[in-house]
Design a protein around this ligand. Structure first.
Ligand SMILES: [Zn+2]
Length: 81
């Protein structure tokens, strides 16, 4: 759990303005749950050449979608990219 983890960063941003008792662990888990559908869409896979690409961004009209894509950089902690 690092400050560059988007779920942790979101939980701490909320904590700054919360104004009452706040469970940072619950905040992190809530943020992870909110990001889970995006992580399921934007996940790494290999293209025909073996290069790592984004499974979602590599659509019919896109010939190249290097991993990590722009969305992945927002929803994955750096150590998972
Ligand atoms: Zn993507």
């Amino acid at each position: 759990m690092t400050a560059s983890d988007p779920a942790v960063a979101a939980a701490f941003r909320v904590a700054e303005d919360w104004g009452g008792p706040y469970d940072i662990g619950a905040g992190v888990e809530a943020a992870r749950e909110a990001l889970a559908p995006l992580r399921e869409l934007h996940k790494p896979t290999s293209d025909y050449s073996g290069a790592s690409v984004c499974d979602h961004c590599l659509g019919d009209d896109t010939l190249s979608a290097p991993w990590p894509c722009a969305t992945a950089k927002l929803v994955y902690p750096p150590e998972e990219l």
